[in-house]
Design a protein around this ligand. Structure first.
Ligand code: NAP
Length: 374
């Protein structure tokens, strides 16, 4: 699960100045994804009791060190904690992952009425803490996976794990236009959930043709007077139900074969220069906000010296959730660009915790017979 920059805090800022530190990782959300390199932030702090300590001091040691606090990391924590492995989670400064930037989730089993992403992650965290998981809301800067025990450093604090589960998710992608980056936080965002509120009665645009773009466009119609959905092709990646929902929404206007050439405005978004992808013809339309929903990149930078990644930068598990380094396991969107669902990430977290426990047991580090705890 996106990258992340963040909305800073969720404190409502007057749109007048449109100083919206919109995020980043999100796009990152469960970007919130825990952020590894500067990432972003979650809008709503997770409830519970984030364990944050002053940097430095004695290393924090554990049998299972989990990096990442989205559905994968926190499910791994729940399983490891119930197996008496006393896990430690380095949760990122924007804990909770991409779901922190998601509005209503309708497809997570067990919630027939739907549930807000931040609320779901609050419950994950509460459940992990209930069984004794310690969480640190810090970003990992560096790891040493050369041998057991493994080491990680987060903002000056050292962590030592007999095993490690990597569950850092993925972050939002950007168009990478100079004007887009300059106006990030000033009307350009990758997180509708975080920033939609600021665009009440405004005319805004969403870029993308996948489920994220459809979902964000629909969500933003709760606030905006009109939402323009801009997609560079005439075919969509989104599921049919999501496309239909967008076309059926009277506040959404769909523009296919449309690229954003430039975001116009000095201190805030004022207009978009759009280009017809077939003819190259350009036009400028007034716009007060732009949401980017074009996919994600995996948060794997700090692991790249240690583990192989695929052509898209995702980690590649070696056998089930095990990496090619004995004792290092992989879970969730950091290795998954196919499914990328909260429920599949959570399932991966459970698998990784079970694999880690069995490995610790085989190494004589964990006691046998915790399997009844699953
Ligand atoms: P996605 O499916 O990869 O779609 C990304 C979209 O952005 C594509 O339409 C792509 O265009 C466009 N795009 C990529 N780079 C672009 C660029 N530089 N400029 C303009 N457009 C660009 O990503 P996603 O929508 O984030 O979805 C990711 C996964 O999460 C999917 O499996 C999706 O089903 C799932 N998801 C599910 C839900 C839900 O069920 N509620 C909600 C959100 C996401 P092209 O098509 O031309 O490549």
């Amino acid at each position: 699960m996106t990258d992340q920059n963040h909305p800073d805090t969720g404190t409502a800022r007057p749109l007048g100045g449109l100083k919206i530190d919109l995020g980043t990782n999100v796009g990152s959300p469960l970007g919130g994804i825990p952020t590894i390199d500067g990432a972003p932030a979650a809008t709503t702090p997770l409830a519970g009791s984030p364990t944050t300590e002053a940097p430095g001091g004695a290393p924090t040691e554990t049998k299972v060190l989990i990096i990442g606090s989205g559905p994968a990391g926190l499910t791994a924590a729940i399983y490891a904690a119930r197996a008496n492995l006393e896990p430690v989670v380095i949760a990122g400064s924007a804990p909770g992952g991409q779901l922190m930037l998601t509005s209503e989730i309708e497809n997570y089993p067990g919630f027939p009425e739907g549930i807000d992403g931040p609320e779901l992650m609050r419950r994950f965290r509460e459940q992990a803490e209930r069984f004794g998981t310690r969480l640190f809301d810090l970003d990992v800067d560096r790891v040493d996976l050369s041998g057991r025990p493994f080491h990680a450093w987060a903002r000056g604090k050292e962590f030592v794990g007999q095993s490690v589960i990597l569950a850092t998710g993925a972050s939002a992608l950007w168009l990478n236009l100079e004007s887009e980056q300059r106006l990030r936080g000033r009307g350009v965002s990758a997180c509708a959930t975080c920033d939609g509120f600021f665009f009440r009665d405004r005319e805004i645009a969403v870029v993308g043709g996948g489920d994220s773009a459809m979902e964000e466009a629909n969500y933003l119609t709760k606030f905006a007077s009109k939402v323009h959905l801009l997609h560079r092709r005439d075919g969509f990646r989104a599921s049919k139900i999501m496309i239909d929902r967008a076309y059926d929404n009277p506040k959404i206007e769909v523009h296919t074969n449309t690229e954003v050439a430039e975001v116009l405005g000095e201190d805030k978004v004022e207009a978009l220069r759009l280009r017809d992808a077939r003819t190259g013809q350009e036009r400028t339309i007034p716009m007060e906000g732009l949401f980017i929903a074009i996919g994600h990149r995996p948060n794997t930078e700090v692991f790249r010296d240690w583990l192989p990644t695929d052509e898209k930068g995702y980690l590649v598990p070696h056998h089930h959730t095990a990496s090619r380094i004995h004792g290092v396991f992989i879970a969730g969107d950091v290795a998954d660009h196919r499914y990328r669902q909260a429920v599949t990430a959570a399932g991966d977290g459970a698998r990784a915790a079970i694999d880690a426990e069995r490995w610790l047991e085989s190494e004589g580090i964990a006691e046998h017979a915790t399997q009844t705890a699953w």
